[in-house]
Design a protein around this ligand. Structure first.
Ligand SMILES: Nc1ncnc2c1ncn2[C@@H]1O[C@H](COP(=O)(O)OP(=O)(O)OP(=O)(O)O)[C@@H](O)[C@H]1O
Length: 296
């Protein structure tokens, strides 16, 4: 498989600190790669360099085979999604999408509004939308240049669990249907668990792991999951075929994540949070530190 992002020996220091210390990794074409690390580990700095907004001190970076610092044209083939929608808040959804579409003249904004169920919001001002809808509009706008790659910096950081789930399923669909590669950063492991095919893990400016999720977890068939739901007893009933038990506010269960999620969904129980403990364990193994302890 070919790579859409290649980073080799990248170093970036600021006056007082080294944000990235000789990092190397690649992102496979067609993957959804999670870029995961605690606060301050260097995710935003890396993404700024990949987007051509910041220059590295040392190392090589290729995005779709080009150095982002020298090639503003890359921006015609990729899109960047941030944690918030930073565009003129007084614009309506429709004007905003039409303005961006006119820059590229590739994709019909009507088609995108239809695909994202945004028609009934078309006359609303961006400022009037919920955080979830703002992110939906931002993701919709990111498709108007028909990108091969979308780089997203903590795109769901300001969303509630429902909006987060919706955002993540849109990403999965775009990846499957349009073959768009995603490189998504997050400081919350559990957030991307259900979505990513590959993981690049960063800690204190160094890469601690970079591989497919399956390889990362040692091809474990059985996931150890910790799940928070709105109706625990009903969830437990739905999981009667699994080794499941209630532990405090959570349900602990062993098995294949996709089938477990399906069983819970079918029982119409809402998943508020899900964590595959083995990803946390893997972080602990590689850094000697507990991922959850590093969250601010
Ligand atoms: N412009 C800057 N000037 C000085 N130091 C900076 C600058 N930008 C980032 N840093 C430092 O570089 C390190 C990495 O920061 P970065 O924002 O890349 O981390 P992050 O993983 O994105 O964290 P978060 O999840 O909090 O956004 C931190 O120690 C940060 O303080």
């Amino acid at each position: 498989m070919s790579s859409v992002i290649e980073v080799f020996g990248l170093t970036k220091s600021f006056k007082r600190s080294i944000a990235l210390n000789n990092i190397s990794f690649s992102v496979e074409k067609g993957s959804i790669t999670g870029f995961i690390g605690p606060n301050g580990s260097g995710k935003t700095t890396t993404i700024k360099i990949l987007s051509g907004l910041l220059k590295a001190n040392k190392g090589k970076v290729a995005v779709l085979g080009m150095n982002p610092w020298d090639n503003p044209k890359i921006r015609e083939r990729i899109s960047i999604v941030f944690d918030k929608l930073y565009f003129p808040q007084l614009n309506t959804v429709e004007d905003f999408l039409y303005d961006i579409a006119s820059l590229y003249q590739r994709v019909d904004p009507e088609e995108i509004m239809n695909e994202f169920n945004l028609e009934r919001f078309r006359k609303r001002k961006l400022a009037e939308l919920s955080a979830g809808y703002k992110q939906k509009v931002q993701l919709a706008s990111a498709l108007l240049n028909d990108p091969e790659l979308i780089i997203a910096d903590e795109p769901t950081a300001n969303l509630d669990p429902t909006a987060r789930n919706e955002f993540n399923s849109i990403i999965t669909n775009l990846n499957k249907k349009k073959g768009i590669t995603f490189f998504i950063s997050s400081h919350i492991l559990s957030e991307l668990e259900r979505v990513i095919t590959h993981v690049v893990m960063i800690d204190r400016g160094r890469i601690v792991a970079s591989s497919s999720v399956n390889a990362f977890l040692g091809e474990e068939k059985e996931d150890k999951l910790v799940i928070l739901v709105d109706k625990p007893q009903e969830a437990l009933r739905a999981l009667s075929n699994y080794e499941a038990r209630i532990s405090g506010a959570y349900i602990e269960v062993k098995g294949d994540i996709k089938s477990i999620v399906n069983a819970i969904d079918e029982a119409k129980v809402k998943i508020i949070m899900i964590r595959r403990s083995s990803l946390d364990d893997a972080f602990l193994e590689r850094t000697g530190r507990n991922f959850q302890d590093n969250l601010q």
